[in-house]
Design a protein around this ligand. Structure first.
Ligand code: HEC
Length: 253
């Protein structure tokens, strides 16, 4: 019994220790509150919509999100009219014209999100040798998820004394190695919100990370709801089975 118990205690302790994840090199992750983090949590759609505004106005100059189509924005509460307007405002390549020259025109809701660069070489040469990663799944692709991405966006500081930052790179306390090719994308007031929300850096970062978290896990809320229903069903069945057992065995002494 003893070894088994200490094994259990060990597993439990390891779980506790692993819970607060740390980025590489010991920089603690921020511990933001996210609307979607608890079992019953859902995406704050207003925040996700503001986050889409930030993606469109800022991040999309360098980052693609090739898994998203404009029509998917119904998932953050945009109606068909709004989606049409959003897509029509974006110019995308549309095959070739009669002379064989590449053609461009307004996107439709069925279009993929526009990519800022036609190919990897163009992306690399515009960004000092680094390719801005596609952001469709970035929240799932990085340890620490939303807190890590938030940490990157808010992690630009002066380097510590004696730290030499290479030309063309930027010091970021959250980024592994601390030298990142991405210039600080957000500052206080980078975008103007129409709903009166503060456009301080922290709020902007929080909003765009909410949007990116939705993009990477659009089915999350549904998944949680199914999970809760399954558990309620199992509890009900347990109760029912127990009642039946009592009834069936009630005459047996
Ligand atoms: C001027 C171009 C540019 C803009 C604008 C930009 N980025 Fe980046 N981003 C980059 C580049 C280049 C990299 C690759 C950095 C590297 O590997 O050193 C990058 C990397 C990243 C990463 C990955 C970091 C990692 O762990 O590898 C995230 C997350 C990110 N950007 C999010 C954003 C968000 C969110 C926005 C909008 C608020 C944004 N970026 C705007 C150029 C940009």
């Amino acid at each position: 019994m003893r070894p088994f118990r200490s094994l259990l205690a060990g597993i439990f302790a390891a779980g506790l220790l692993a819970a607060p994840a740390f980025a590489q090199e010991g920089e603690a992750l921020p511990n933001e509150h996210w609307s979607f983090q608890s079992v019953f949590g859902t995406f704050d759609l207003a925040a996700a919509q503001r986050g889409f505004q930030i993606y469109s106005q800022v991040c999309s100059n360098c980052h693609s999100m090739h898994l998203l189509h404009y029509r998917d924005l119904s998932g953050i509460g945009l109606n068909p009219e709004q989606i049409k307007a959003v897509s029509a405002a974006v110019t995308v390549p549309q095959g070739v014209d009669d002379q064989g020259n590449p053609k461009e025109g307004p996107a439709t809701p069925a279009n993929q999100f526009r990519s800022p660069f036609p190919n990897e070489q163009a992306a690399r040469s515009a960004n000092n040798g680094a390719v801005p990663p596609d952001l469709s799944l970035i929240v799932n692709a990085r340890e620490g998820g939303p807190n890590y991405v938030y940490g990157i966006l808010t992690g630009y500081t002066d380097p510590p004394a004696g730290f030499k930052v290479q030309d063309g790179l930027y010091y970021n306390k959250m980024f592994p190695g601390h030298q990142i090719h991405m210039p600080p994308p957000l500052q206080n007031g980078s975008v103007d919100y129409t709903d009166g929300t503060s456009n301080a850096l922290n709020q902007e970062a929080h909003d765009v990370v909410t949007f990116l978290s939705w993009a990477a896990n659009p089915e999350m809320v549904e998944r949680k709801q199914i999970g809760v229903r399954v558990i309620l069903f199992l509890m009900f069945m347990t109760g029912l089975t127990y009642a039946v057992k009592r009834k069936v065995w009630s005459d047996v002494h």
